[in-house]
Design a protein around this ligand. Structure first.
Ligand code: NAP
Length: 342
């Protein structure tokens, strides 16, 4: 059986996902697309030689009998409306982050999904599908370094054109907020603080860069994540877990070590798409495979909600400069079996 997918939003990441589903992955076909920019949607259909209909709007696409499952890759503020409509239609929906732009919006989605009675929503936190993070999680799950005590992490981009305000938190650190909680088996955060070091000369006017995000979990694990979106030298993701009997590091992506001109070197990626291309492919292949089986195993709407609550608190902590408490409700039974997605 082939999963017939409709894509809402044919911008940058929507086009990437259409390409990977059409050319790299198996088990699915793009049969419908829509975008507020209809010309762009038509161009994508032609360029990728899709056998797909261009719909006038997301609602029509969701309710079409020809569409089995939905991918939402439109602008963030439209996600909630489309995810709610997909739940209403009883169709599986993969939504790129954010699930909704507010924690209240995520809560409305959770309530709708629980009322529907079956999980339909997966959120696009692709780092859980990266083989390096998965290998690190296996080490932690087997307690090879004992119990985790501290995490030291970094999220560096060479430059961030278009970044403004709190985007380093809301668009970039959200990935750490999700993947670190997942690494720690759903140990929810209880407080956040944002430190603002001396500003780099390469940040645009008005943009604070770098940041240090400090999180504490329910079990008392302390986490620091450096966010540096104008680091100049590359796209560099670091994560070290310190346990009570050892340390474990996120593996570096495989690149060829070179020795030349009296120097030893390895390449550092400059583009996040190259760093996580395999993770995106695994994420979508697993989503297609589980959807065809009628299952939902990836990051859930509850995960999207927890990330939204934490992100909101981090933004507030940046504003106040204080340690801010994070209040995550107890996970409902409906979602509790889905916290580990391996
Ligand atoms: P983008 O290039 O701006 O694409 C979004 C597309 O959605 C645009 O073509 C936009 O049209 C269209 N759109 C807006 N409102 C719509 C509506 N009501 N119905 C249909 N289409 C609509 O943005 P992007 O970079 O692809 O990002 C899309 C989403 O993916 C964002 O939420 C982003 O955070 C997420 N994302 C996730 C990752 C990740 O690492 N997982 C990476 C990149 C992006 P107009 O341009 O005409 O407004």
């Amino acid at each position: 059986m082939t999963l017939r997918i409709g894509v809402i939003g044919t911008g940058m990441i929507g086009q990437d996902h259409i390409y990977r589903i059409t050319n790299t992955l198996t088990g699915a076909e793009i049969v419908a697309v829509t975008d507020v920019n209809q010309e762009q949607a038509k161009e994508v259909v032609e360029r990728e030689k899709l056998n797909a209909k261009v719909y006038d709007n997301g609602q029509d696409l969701i309710h079409s009998d020809e569409v089995d499952a939905i991918i939402v890759t439109s602008w963030g503020p439209t996600h909630e409306e489309f995810v709610l409509a997909a739940i209403d239609a009883g169709k599986p929906v993969f939504c790129e982050k954010p699930l909704a732009t507010t924690a209240e919006g995520c809560k409305r989605i959770i309530d709708a999904e629980m009322a529907h009675g079956k999980q339909l929503v997966q959120v696009g936190f692709m780092r859980r599908f990266d083989q390096g993070y998965r290998a690190l999680k296996k080490v932690l799950d087997k307690e090879e370094i004992g119990h985790p005590l501290m995490l030291h992490c970094a999220h560096r981009n060479p430059e961030a054109p278009g970044f403004s305000g709190d985007m380093a938190i809301t668009d970039s650190l959200v990935h750490e907020i999700d993947v670190l909680r997942w690494l720690l088996d759903g140990d929810d955060y209880v407080s956040a603080q944002i430190l603002t070091p001396r500003k780099t000369r390469f940040a645009t006017e008005g943009l604070q860069d770098p940041h240090i995000m400090l999180l504490e979990t329910k079990q008392g694990i302390r986490i620091s994540v450096e966010s540096f979106v104008n680091c100049q030298y590359g796209y560099d993701i670091q994560c070290q877990v310190v346990g009570d009997t050892g340390t474990a590091n996120l593996p570096e992506p495989a690149t060829v070590p070179i020795r030349s001109e009296a120097k030893a070197s390895t390449e550092v990626f400059t583009d996040w798409k190259d760093r996580f291309v395999d993770a995106f492919n695994v994420e979508f292949q697993e989503w297609i495979d589980s959807t065809l089986k009628g299952e939902m195993n990836g990051p859930s709407a509850w995960d999207g909600y927890v990330v939204a609550v934490t992100t909101d608190t981090c933004v507030e902590a940046k504003r106040t400069g204080q340690i801010e408490p994070i209040s995550i409700p107890e996970i409902p039974e409906f979602y509790s079996k889905k916290i580990v997605n391996m």
